[in-house]
Design a protein around this ligand. Structure first.
Ligand code: AN7
Length: 359
């Protein structure tokens, strides 16, 4: 194996739907860190808790793994443009890979519901932004209809090339741990990622590259939990805007992943998501966006309940970078000492708070 770091298309070529004509594009996606918990897991008596930092991908989310395949195949098939509906991360990724390849990108976004960092990405990568007066589910329906009438490749996760690329994250988890974990905790929105991880774990097991499969533990936000409720949610609500989705495209496949793996799809409240978001940053040094914290919130819910996770190996997927949602970050309560530019004033202010003093 070459020591040079390669993107997903080269690293996992044997597992992807590539032909000799598929352009081997590469923005440095994949090969993301698997970091062992130093505080949260041990504090709960779980020594083997890991975080898969998909936030380290080129556009700051897991979407890049599937997008590199979808855009490469769109190019191979002669398309000049790609289109997606998005809560923000898919659009950022589509815009970046389209720019990399000289394709046009059209992104259908729910107006006013995209975290500012994600919108900034689509703007700067040069996508044609269509801000729709509706929610994500409206955007996806309209994107599908638009692509039926116009020569544009749809690069949402209903495109099987997206799932094919995204499953490589499961391969990496097994490659790094030496086998599949016992539990895989993952946020669920449109349900493409849980579908892809399950496909990846199954494929590795079938090829003899893993001796077992994990239990898939998916978590929706309580105000946007159609799979948990068993029916679509017309007006989904959650601070985790990435997973504010009321009618997931891969619903059936997510349920299959849950049932085939003896897993669960459960919900976590916004309060649980925000508590996990702050703990991950303050106890592990990992800054994720709120939707990503649903995986840790789910882990905490199970680990503190009658879950029995202590002897198991668990992986929480950290799907997106915290910098994407600066508004949420700035809403975290903090102590800030406002002082004049004087060392004496700084010392006096810090010493007035015993726990802030460095000595
Ligand atoms: C950070 O970008 O649906 O269950 O349009 O951005 O595969 O949808 C994003 C989803 C989790 C949920 N974490 O994954 C979009 C979009 C983050 C996300 C999810 C998303 P899926």
């Amino acid at each position: 194996m070459s020591s040079a770091r390669t993107g997903v298309l080269r690293r996992y070529a044997d597992f992807l739907p590539l032909t000799p004509d598929t352009p081997r594009i590469d923005l440095g996606e994949g090969s993301t860190p698997l970091v062992r918990s130093r505080h949260i897991g041990p504090a709960l008596g779980v020594p083997n808790l890991y975080f898969k930092l998909e936030s380290c991908n080129p556009t700051g989310s897991f979407k890049d793994r599937g997008m590199v395949v979808a855009v490469a195949k769109a190019l191979e098939e002669g398309n000049r443009a790609v289109l997606c509906a998005s809560t923000g991360n898919t659009s950022a990724s589509a815009a970046a890979y389209a720019a990399h390849c000289g394709l046009r990108a059209y992104v259908f976004l729910p107006r006013g519901r995209i975290a500012p960092g994600k919108l900034a990405q689509s703007i700067v990568y040069g996508a044609r932004i269509v801000a729709i007066d509706g929610n994500f589910d409206d955007c996806l329906r309209l994107a599908r209809e638009y692509c039926e009438r116009h020569p544009v490749a749809l690069v949402n996760s209903v495109n099987p090339n997206r799932i094919a690329g995204q499953k490589t994250a499961a391969f990496e988890v097994v490659d790094d741990l030496g086998d599949a974990p016992d539990f895989l905790f993952i946020p669920v929105g449109n349900a493409g990622n849980i579908t892809a991880y399950w496909a990846g774990f199954q494929e590795y097991a079938e090829r003899g590259l893993a001796s077992r499969r994990p239990r898939m533990m998916g978590f929706q936000a309580a105000g946007a939990a159609p799979i948990v409720l068993g029916h679509p949610v017309d007006d989904p609500q959650t601070i985790a805007s990435a997973i504010r989705i009321g009618n997931p495209a891969s619903w059936r496949k997510a349920v299959a992943a849950r049932d085939e793996s003896d897993g669960v799809i459960d919900s976590v409240t916004d309060a649980e998501i925000l508590a996990a978001y702050e703990r991950l940053a303050q106890e592990e040094g990992i800054f994720c966006e709120p939707a990503s914290a649903a995986s840790l919130a789910g882990f905490l819910k199970r680990a503190t309940g009658a879950g029995g996770l202590s002897g198991a190996t668990s992986v929480c997927v950290i799907t997106g970078n915290g910098l994407k949602d600066p508004d949420r970050a700035m809403a975290v309560s903090r102590r800030q000492l406002d002082v004049p530019a004087s060392l004496a004033a700084i010392e006096a202010a810090l010493e007035a708070e015993s726990d802030s003093s460095p000595v």
